[in-house]
Design a protein around this ligand. Structure first.
Ligand SMILES: [Zn+2]
Length: 450
């Protein structure tokens, strides 16, 4: 059976991930993501109303025109988890394919919300839920099967999809950490990866996320970030002024820890900001997390301001606002608080807890610096980097190569510079460039089996 891989997006950047695999007549697409930094760099760009081709020209969404080089039918579009760099181009591209979107329940719900917000295209693809551990036949050949393997990442319900073919498995390995004690959900299913590596035809190809490949050792578990956060929160237990926390709103495990520790130190947690309300509300509705019954979640400007006024009236020392703005995004809640645009007044000595790391990218770094300075000018004390990454470091990469023993490896989720530590790591394990280690760019097709 002919096997081809089209590397469509995310092979020259972090963002706008998209990869297609053709096995005989059948094609599956993994991820359709957005490169948010290409959008935010422009003032007031509203992507909801924009045409796909304009967004492709901006470098914001994958240039999927290379799909015409693949001879076969797209049978499924498979977003691997709910981060925007994996799902947010779906409203702009999915309607071009007569295929269902298949994902885990939390991811499907986020995709549904993305499609609802779309203002330009009618997206009628079926939305199909499939849980980690489940499989699905692809096409009519009865020889190709899709499987979801449970992985751990900084968003819940993440999977690595595996396409089983007569030539071996294609494992799409983006976005995971090897977490054996996650705060929400099951540990990564390493047993299954090892089994797949030992199956008759083995692993034909492993597509891997190189984000932290240059960092030594292993990525700590989310339970380590939770401990760190607990230590910080207990240390400010006796403070009788304002404490504010921020984190990735899609990071439900972290939000859960913040909510629990707020209560432990006698403060009422409240989630503020549109995306806080959206992600936590969705996770609670789908029963991924059990928040206290009286936990307030407010997204709209008016209800947020009303909540801030109530907090100021009843005393800041009774509350922990958990807000958006961990990267210093100009329109997010914490940045607005820093600029004095909300009714919440910061005083000398108030604490601001960043349970996040700055995404190392000049725009983020600049915005975050500005936000922190604005907060400091009002006397706030900053706690930062209370966080663990969602991506594998060196030791995780060695473990995956050991488990899967792939015949071919394709580095992804970085630019050329970001690939190089992973390329070195693979070469140390016997892989050779242009033989079984394929460094590529956006818009290429790699033929693995002719
Ligand atoms: Zn991710």
């Amino acid at each position: 059976m002919e096997i081809e891989i089209a590397t469509i997006g995310g092979y020259e950047e972090v963002g706008r991930q998209m990869t297609a695999v053709r096995a005989g007549e059948d094609i599956v697409i993994f991820d359709m993501g957005l490169n948010l930094s290409k959008v935010l760099i422009h003032d007031n760009v509203e992507t909801e109303k924009m045409h796909s081709l304009d967004l492709i020209d901006m470098g914001a969404i994958p240039d999927d025109r290379v799909m015409s080089e693949l001879e076969g039918d797209v049978q499924a579009i498979i977003p691997t988890h709910g981060h925007l760099d994996h799902i947010a181009a779906i409203p702009k591209l999915a309607h071009r394919y007569d295929a269902p979107i298949v994902a885990t329940p939390f991811t499907i719900e986020l995709v549904r919300q993305q499609i609802q917000d779309e203002g330009k295209f009618q997206v009628d693809n079926d939305l199909v839920k499939m849980n980690a551990g489940a499989t699905m036949a692809i096409g009519d050949s009865e020889q190709v099967e899709l499987e979801f393997v449970n992985v751990t990442h900084s968003v819940i319900d993440a999977i690595n999809p595996v396409l089983h073919t007569p030539e071996g498995a294609v494992v799409y390995g983006l976005d995971k950490r090897m977490d054996h004690s996650p705060v929400i959900g099951d540990p990564i299913d390493m047993d299954r990866f090892r089994e797949i590596g030992r199956e008759d035809n083995g692993v034909l190809c492993y597509i891997e996320d190189c984000t932290n490949a240059g960092r030594k050792g292993r990525t700590p578990s989310e339970s380590v970030a939770r401990k760190h956060l607990h230590d910080v929160m207990r240390s400010v237990e006796d403070y009788d002024g304002g404490i504010v926390a921020t984190t990735f709103s899609s990071h439900i495990a972290r939000v859960k820890s913040l909510v629990e520790f707020a209560e432990e130190i006698g403060r009422q947690p409240v989630l503020l900001g549109r995306s806080m309300e959206k992600y936590s509300g969705t996770a609670e509705r789908l029963d991924f997390v059990d928040f206290p019954g009286d936990l307030g979640m407010y997204g709209h400007r008016k209800s947020v301001d009303r909540t801030f006024k109530r907090i100021m009236k009843e005393g800041k020392e009774n509350y922990l606002p958990i807000v958006t703005g961990h990267q210093g995004e100009p329109r997010a809640m914490l940045t607005r608080m820093g600029r004095g645009e909300t009714p919440y007044e910061l005083d000398d000595g108030d604490k601001v807890i960043f349970s996040a790391r700055v995404i190392p990218e000049p725009t983020n770094e600049g915005q975050r610096y500005q936000s922190e300075q604005l907060l400091r000018m009002q006397g706030a004390r900053i706690y930062d980097d209370i966080h663990v990454s969602g991506h594998l470091r060196e030791e995780g990469h060695y473990t995956m190569l050991d488990a899967l023993e792939p015949q071919n490896v394709i580095p992804a989720h970085q630019n050329l510079q970001g690939f190089s530590p992973y390329v070195d790591l693979c070469r140390s394990q016997g892989y050779k460039l242009d033989r079984d280690l394929h460094v590529t760019e956006n818009g290429n097709v790699i033929q693995l089996v002719e």
